[in-house]
Design a protein. Structure first.
Length: 370
């Protein structure tokens, strides 16, 4: 954010160069600033919220023992070695993994002069309060971007290196430390080696290798949803979210209206005389639950050796944005007649990796196929 100095009518030196040469003094203009960047946050709006109490925090992944035929003789005496008795510490029921993540710090600095707070400006743009509100919105947008569109592993941080929370792509795995096959990482092209949880460094790693891109397919989406269902991520009567860039969302919708799509005919009965042409697909009913297709403006492309698009498919009930400290405004200094503030948030992610799938290496401009 720019320092809002003495709001000079005749110059653009006020930090509001985008405004006409009249500056931001209250004149005969519309008293509203139209800002199209104040947009929803599709990912953060859907996932849960939680709290942590340390910069480095842990959680465990647990599961029930496999279902089996279970019958007991009424007069049988319990014994640790008896058939059908499983000790809690056995590998079938004990926690399978202890995961770890790090708190990331996101900040925005704001400075405003005392005069800017006193004058009548267009839409309230001159005041410190207005700019703090904008900065808070920008921090939340940066958090969403860091999760869904950053090619980054979790990092502990040092005196000179900022700590990092795990980005979504680093969650994706095929095996969970060799214990259970997750199959949550798949590719439209080829050449990438999964990242996921690395016990050697207690970190979430990003994929590596040379990315060969390919078009998204219906089969890849169906397989990802089926694997999530097998992992216990979603039952048939609950929903999953499929999130991608606007370009990829358009590609998927266009395919669903072709004869190649293995779905029922897309017909909309409006019930009125005006009618409505339906040219997009918002939901996809699969064999294993309802899949909501959601475009995200912040999901453009990720780059390893080639820039590629991705599709995140997840159970929102199994993902949390966690705070060590939520968005806060901190006073930094008083520099003459200028007040300096910093908006900051201490945040991270906590999730069940078997409930988060993704398809990577997608070339969004390639038509979707079966």
């Amino acid at each position: 954010m720019a320092v809002l100095a003495g709001l000079d009518v005749t110059t653009a030196s006020t930090g509001l160069a985008a405004v006409a040469t009249g500056g931001a003094i209250n004149e005969d203009v519309m008293q509203k600033i139209w800002d199209i960047s104040k947009i929803p946050l599709p990912f953060l709006d859907r996932v849960g919220r939680g709290r942590v109490t340390a910069q480095k925090f842990d959680w465990v992944r647990d599961r029930l023992a496999d279902a089996a035929d279970n019958a007991w003789v009424e007069r049988a005496t319990y014994a640790a070695s008896a058939s059908g008795v499983t000790d809690f510490t056995s590998s079938a029921t004990s926690p399978l993994n202890r995961f770890q993540n790090h708190v990331q710090i996101s900040v925005k600095a704001v400075a405003g002069s005392e005069m800017a707070d006193q004058v009548s400006s267009i839409g309230g743009s001159g005041g410190l309060g207005y700019n703090l509100m904008v900065a808070q919105q920008e921090v939340m947008r940066d958090i969403e971007f860091s999760i869904v569109n950053r090619l980054g592993a979790s990092v502990a941080g040092t005196a000179s290196v900022a700590p990092r929370a795990a980005s979504y792509i680093s969650i994706l795995d095929v095996t969970a430390s060799g214990v259970v096959a997750n199959d949550t990482f798949s590719q439209a092209g080829s050449g990438l080696t999964q990242g996921g949880w690395e016990t050697s460094g207690n970190t979430w790693a990003i994929p590596s290798g040379t990315c060969t891109r390919g078009g998204i397919t219906e089969s890849l989406i169906r397989t990802a949803v089926k694997n999530l269902h097998k992992n216990g991520a979603a039952d048939h009567d609950t929903g999953l979210v499929a999130m991608c860039s606007p370009d990829l969302k358009e590609t998927i919708s266009q395919y669903m209206f072709t004869s190649s799509a293995r779905i029922g005919s897309l017909v909309k009965e409006t019930g009125d005389s005006n009618g409505r042409a339906v040219g997009s697909v918002e939901y996809f009913q699969t064999d294993f639950g309802l899949l909501q297709l959601v475009p995200n403006r912040f999901m453009s492309t990720l780059t390893l050796t080639n820039a590629f698009s991705s599709l995140w498919i997840f159970d929102p009930s199994q993902f949390e944005l966690v705070y060590l400290r939520g968005p806060t405004t901190t006073a930094l200094a008083k520099q003459g007649l200028v007040d300096v503030r910093m908006v900051n948030a201490y945040w991270s992610t906590r999730f069940h990796p078997e409930a988060c799938a993704g398809i990577v290496g997608i070339l969004a401009s390639t038509a979707m196929t079966a």
